[in-house]
Each structure stands twice: as structure tokens, then as C-alpha cells.
Design a protein around this ligand. Structure first.
Ligand code: MG
Length: 158
């Protein structure tokens, strides 16, 4: 078994869709980024790459490459997980936390878990997504950005 960690932040801005865990959420602002800026999926992707000692999302899918402009982060997650599988590992479980002052994310969490589970070919019960605020403190608390943390456990596949 091996464990990996992922962390990401994207800035909130007007004129962008808010996409978290592959769910498009109705909100006046969205996350700024080269891809769809799905901060949760980026943290999860980095946790899986980290567990397999495969570097990070920026190495494999560089923002300088136009191929990844407005890319679906679900597709990036799938591509990263293929690298993990090719190295001989499969995911056991993932836990994650989104740090977001607004909007309320609870109603969207079941769909996020399903999206991640489907992308990885595992059960939703293996994927956990939590959401918290930072009580108005710091850049997430001021609504300037959304952050996400993830950890992944992987095991050698037979
Ligand atoms: Mg990112």
C-alpha cells in the first residue's frame, strides 16, 4: 500500500462556470484556470500521482500546452489514473476536503463522489468528499478562492 497527498487552490472570478468534482454548480463566480479549474479533481489527481511517485498534474498536463485549455478535469483524472494503473497500482480509497465559504456544497457532494468513482472505475463508497468553510478567515473565507485537499491510498494490483 502507498499513500499520496494533493492540494490545490484556484481563484474565484466572474464570467467563469463553477465546476467542482465534475459538477457544474450555479454560482455568480467560477474558478479561474487553464482547464475547467476543478480544484477538487486537481487535488485528487495529485494525491493519486503522489501515491505512485509519478510527480504532479502540472508535469503530465502542463498549462503551457494548448491541448489542456478548458480541458475537462475528469479527463485529466482518468489520464493520470491510467499512469497509476500502468505502474501496477489501483486505488483503494480517497478522502478529500473542499475549503469554500460559499455556495453551500452539501447537496452536490453525492454527485461529486459518483463522478470520481466512475472516472476511477471504483465504488462511490471508496470516495469521500467533505466541505468546510474557514469561518470568514483568509483567502477562502473572503471568497477570493476555493481550496481542496485530498489523500489517496493505492495498492499493488494483481
Ligand atoms: Mg489546479
Amino acid at each position: 500500500m502507498r499513500i499520496g497527498h494533493g492540494y490545490d487552490v484556484h481563484r474565484l472570478t466572474e464570467g467563469r462556470s463553477l465546476v467542482l468534482g465534475g459538477v457544474t454548480i450555479d454560482n455568480p463566480k467560477g474558478l479561474l484556470g487553464h482547464s475547467d479549474a476543478d480544484v477538487l479533481l486537481h487535488a485528487i489527481t495529485d494525491s493519486l500521482l503522489g501515491a505512485a511517485a509519478l510527480g504532479d498534474i502540472g508535469t503530465h498536463f502542463p498549462p503551457s500546452d494548448d491541448k489542456y485549455k478548458d480541458a475537462s478535469s475528469i479527463e485529466l483524472l482518468k489520464s493520470a489514473y491510467k499512469l497509476v494503473r500502468d505502474k501496477g497500482y489501483k486505488v483503494m480509497n480517497i478522502d478529500s476536503t473542499i475549503v469554500c465559504e460559499a455556495p453551500k456544497l452539501l447537496p452536490h457532494i453525492p454527485m461529486m463522489r459518483d463522478n470520481v468513482a466512475k472516472a476511477l472505475g471504483t465504488a462511490a463508497d471508496m470516495i469521500n468528499v467533505k466541505a468546510t468553510t474557514e469561518e470568514g478567515l483568509g483567502f477562502t473565507g473572503r471568497g477570493e478562492a476555493i481550496a481542496a485537499h485530498a489523500i489517496a491510498l493505492i495498492e499493488a494490483a494483481e
